[in-house]
Structures are given as structure tokens and as C-alpha cells.
Design a protein around this ligand. Structure first.
Ligand code: NDP
Ligand code: 2IT
Length: 450
């Protein structure tokens, strides 16, 4: 993979990571990008190498791999593979989502867990990083099948998690329904009602605004950057890939801020509606009916549907918000975005832009915000849910939303400041990696070699 190391310590660590994890391309991509960014930091601080901070930060504290057996509606035995990687507890309990998708493997869970360490640090809240999930596909399964799967998954996972140990939440394929079933099984086995999961329903300890938080946070973040440049969402056309939790609420907030969301997608295809896509229609299709985005045409016959999700990046826009999955934005996509005058690319998903596409946009005048900063609003609000659970109180929507906004604004300034401090103004990849790393590294050095 194309990383340039001038620092021999970091190069050595990266080569070692490549040897040990040779079959984990997504993990190597995430690690390489962070280590490359940290070169100026390591050069200014010899203690980092001496205390082996980087050697340690690239190795998860604990990786769990387990069998999940369950019985489908036809009485057939099904077996899936479950994962939980507790990457770092340097600054707080391990924290991060669970992904249920057939593509899930150890490489994907490790890349997500690694990124989560830096993202959670950026929120300013006391949360370490982790991730988990299973190669289970909730699509086409009945509610009862999803429930039995979640119960079997939690029967194993419950031994390894807890409100002060590791606190999972949602991600792709894990939403309110799954968190409900997971929480029910945890409580049944452990006989404890606590904040072991976030993204819970409002009637049993969930936080207001958690559902909306990632999408809202993404737009608060982009809006802060636009303000700093004397601009706004007003009158801008916005393209959002995906049509799940992050995409739906990014649409709502971008529209509220004056933008017009003209295209959205799912893994089968994308819709274009030049009049602006109403997020409530997507919410109905995806959250209530669990249907395909194609059915948008039943609600808005004047819209257009195109088969295949990749073409969405040919739709001209000022702001691009990839909110589906990793490595969904390739070189030809960013070439189209640049050609069509796109000015901002902010990642709602985790690592949606390939390495070469990231370099291309940065070199061609698009302001680029990496997911570990731009989509941190979800986990930040999970942190606020943990605080509410600990004090056994519920805050109002307005209170949580105001805190979320404050956190996103401060993340923007923290990464902007870190990039400037190291002489790379405007490079928000470096800014996010450095600002996220500093606090974790300090905590690791203070706690000795563990
Ligand atoms: P959802 O399951 O709610 O939605 C995922 C969306 O992305 C769906 O539209 C799905 O289409 C599409 N998608 C998923 N996988 C693929 C794929 N391989 N190819 C094409 N499209 C795909 O997930 P979320 O909205 O929660 O998550 C979206 C992204 O945001 C992920 O990268 C996640 O890690 C990240 N994220 C999520 C946070 C959260 O709080 N939920 C917080 C921060 C980041 P289809 O229905 O056809 O599968
Ligand atoms: O990628 C992410 O930050 C999430 N899926 C949310 C994690 C969380 O613990 O809320």
C-alpha cells in the first residue's frame, strides 16, 4: 500500500503490522493512514518511541471471536461468526458499535475498532475504542429470526461487556430493533439494568437525539467549516450515499440548514429528485417498511431511479456526504465530483473514501473531512447516553442536541488547530489523526507499559 514514511520507527511499526496482519487489507489501510499522519508528532517527542506507544496502539487489547448458533423459521440450524474487538481502554471503557452484515470479517472489525479509538478521543468524552458484529444478514429475516439471532449473540457477548468495561451500540444492520433484543437478553442473563448498550429505546434508558446524532453531527460539523469560510448550506445541492440511520438524519439536517438533498442510494441503486428528497419518505421506506430505495418512485413519480449504487457520484453537487460503507468512493467517483464542481466531501460513513481518492480530492481543491471527525456525533451522543444512565436521569432533546452541536464545533476547531500546529493547515486527515492521538498517547504513557 502506498504510504510514505520518512520516520524509521513508524516505518518499522507499519512493516511489522503488515507482517502480522497480512490478510487484513482494511485494517492495514486504516493503520497506515494514521501512522503516516503521526510522523511530525513522533519526531518532536522521543518519549513516544521509548514507551512503545505506537507499537502498542496498533494491537487490540483483546479480540474475541465466537460461534452464534440459532434456528431459523423453517427449523434449520444457522451458524454465524461473532466478533468483539476491545481495541483500547486508555481513556475510558471500550466503546463502539456492532455491525451485522454478510461482509463482516476480522479485518473490517479491526479497522473500525482502530478508527474508533481516535474518534472517541476527539469527542472529548472518556471513551476508549472498540467494535464488534457478525456476518449475519438481517435483510429478509423475520423479526423472530432477528430476535433469536440477537439472543444467541448476546448469550456469549454478555460475559465480556459491561457499563465500565465495554459498551456496544449500533452500526450497519444494527438499529433500534436489534439493540432492544440485545438489551433484553443481557438483562435476562445478568439480572442488571444498566447502560451496557447505547442507542437504546427511549422507554428503557435511551437518549433523546441519539437516533439523529450521527447525521445531525455531520451537518453541524460541515456547517462550522462553511461558516469559517464565510459560507453556508444555503442553496447548495447535496448528494448523500446510503439511506440508513446516518443518511436519513444527514438529509434532515442538511435540508434544515438550507441545502437541497437531490440524490440518495442503497446497495441496489440510487434515486435523483431535483426537487429535494424528503427525509420522511426515506424514513418510511427504510425504517418502517424495510423496503428498497427504488420504491421512492411510488411516493414521488417524477423522481428517477438508476440501478447500481456507484453512479450516484456522477450527480453534480456542491457537498458530497458518503454515508453507506467503507471504500465506496473510488478514483473515478472523485474525478466526477471534482469535474462537477463539488467543494466539500465529509465522511458520514467510516473510511468510505479509498486512499487514492482521498489524496486526489485533497489535491484538487475539495475540502475533505475524515469520518473519525465528521461522524463522531453518533458516539459522542452515546457518551451522553452513558452519562444519563449513570446519573439515572434523562435530558431533553434540546439539551442533548445543544451538547452534540458544541462537541462537533469543538472537534472542527481541534483538528483545524492540530493541522496548523504541525504546519499542514487544511489537511484534516492529519489534524484528526494527531488531535485524536494526543490524548490517548498521554494516557498510555501515564499508565505505564500495559
Ligand atoms: P444502516 O444499516 O442504517 O444503513 C446502511 C446504508 O448503507 C444502507 O442504505 C445500506 O444499503 C448501505 N450499505 C451498507 N453496506 C453497503 C455496501 N456494502 N454497499 C453499498 N451500500 C451499502 O447503517 P448506518 O447508517 O448506521 O451506517 C452507515 C455508515 O455510517 C457505516 O459506515 C457506519 O460504520 C457509519 N457510522 C454509523 C454510526 C451510527 O451511529 N449508526 C456512527 C458513525 C458512523 P442496503 O440497505 O442496500 O444494505
Ligand atoms: O462508528 C461509530 O462511531 C458508531 N457506529 C457509533 C458507535 C457508538 O458507540 O455509538
Amino acid at each position: 500500500m502506498a504510504f510514505t514514511f520518512t520516520n524509521s520507527y513508524l516505518q518499522g511499526v507499519y512493516e511489522d503490522v503488515c507482517k502480522k496482519n497480512a490478510h487484513e487489507p482494511e485494517f492495514l489501510q486504516a493503520v497506515g493512514e494514521v501512522l503516516e499522519s503521526l510522523q511530525p508528532v513522533v519526531e518532536q517527542n522521543q518519549r513516544l518511541a521509548k514507551s512503545g506507544v505506537i507499537d502498542r496502539i496498533v494491537e487490540p487489547e483483546r479480540s474475541l471471536l465466537f460461534r452464534i448458533s440459532w434456528v431459523d423459521d423453517h427449523g434449520r440450524v444457522q451458524v454465524n461468526r461473532g466478533y468483539r474487538v476491545q481495541f483500547s481502554t486508555a481513556i475510558g471503557p471500550s466503546k463502539g458499535g456492532l455491525r451485522f452484515h454478510p461482509s463482516v470479517n476480522l479485518s473490517i472489525i479491526k479497522f473500525l475498532g482502530f478508527e474508533q479509538v481516535f474518534k472517541n478521543s476527539l469527542t472529548g468524552l472518556p471513551m476508549g475504542g472498540g467494535k464488534g458484529g457478525a456476518d449475519f444478514d438481517p435483510k429478509g429475516k423475520s423479526d423472530n429470526e432477528v430476535m433469536r439471532f440477537c439472543q444467541s449473540f448476546m448469550t456469549e457477548l454478555q460475559r465480556h461487556i459491561g457499563p465500565d468495561t465495554d459498551v456496544p451500540a449500533g452500526d450497519i444492520g444494527v438499529g433500534a430493533r436489534e439493540i432492544g433484543y440485545l438489551f433484553g437478553q443481557y438483562k435476562r442473563i445478568r439480572n442488571e439494568f444498566n447502560g451496557v448498550l447505547t442507542g437504546k429505546g427511549l422507554s428503557y434508558g435511551g437518549s433523546l437525539a441519539r437516533t439523529e446524532a450521527t447525521g445531525y453531527g455531520l451537518c453541524y460539523f460541515a456547517d462550522e467549516m462553511l461558516k469559517a469560510a464565510g459560507k453556508s448550506f444555503q442553496g447548495q445541492s447535496v448528494v448523500i450515499s446510503g439511506s440508513g440511520n446516518v443518511a436519513i438524519y444527514a438529509n434532515q439536517k442538511a435540508t434544515e440548514l438550507g441545502g437541497k438533498v437531490i440524490a440518495m442510494s442503497d446497495s441496489n441503486g440510487y434515486i435523483v429528485d431535483e426537487n429535494g428528497i424528503d427525509y420522511k419518505v426515506i424514513q418510511e421506506i427504510k425504517e418502517v417498511k424495510r423496503a428498497r430505495i427504488k420504491t421512492y418512485l411510488d411516493y414521488v413519480p417524477t423522481a428517477k431511479y438508476f440501478e447500481g449504487c456507484q453512479g450516484i457520484w456522477t450527480v453534480p453537487c456542491g457537498i458530497a456526504l458518503p454515508c453507506a460503507t467503507q471504500n465506496e468512493v473510488h478514483m473515478e467517483d472523485v474525478e466526477n465530483l471534482v469535474k462537477n464542481g463539488c467543494k466539500i466531501l465529509a465522511e458520514g460513513a467510516n473510511m468510505p473514501t479509498t486512499l487514492e481518492a482521498t489524496e486526489y480530492v485533497q489535491e484538487h481543491g475539495i475540502v475533505f473531512f475524515p469520518g473519525k471527525a465528521a461522524n463522531a456525533g453518533g458516539v459522542a451522543t452515546s457518551g451522553l447516553e452513558m452519562s444519563q444512565n449513570s446519573e439515572r436521569l434523562s435530558w431533553t432533546f434540546e439539551e442533548v442536541d445543544a451538547k452534540l452541536k458544541g462537541i462537533m464545533v469543538s472537534i472542527f476547531h481541534a483538528i483545524d488547530d492540530a493541522a496548523k500546529r504541525y504546519g499542514h493547515e487544511g489537511n484534516y486527515v492529519m489534524g484528526a489523526n494527531i488531535a485524536g492521538f494526543e490524548k490517548v498517547a498521554n494516557a498510555m504513557m501515564a499508565q505505564g507499559i500495559v
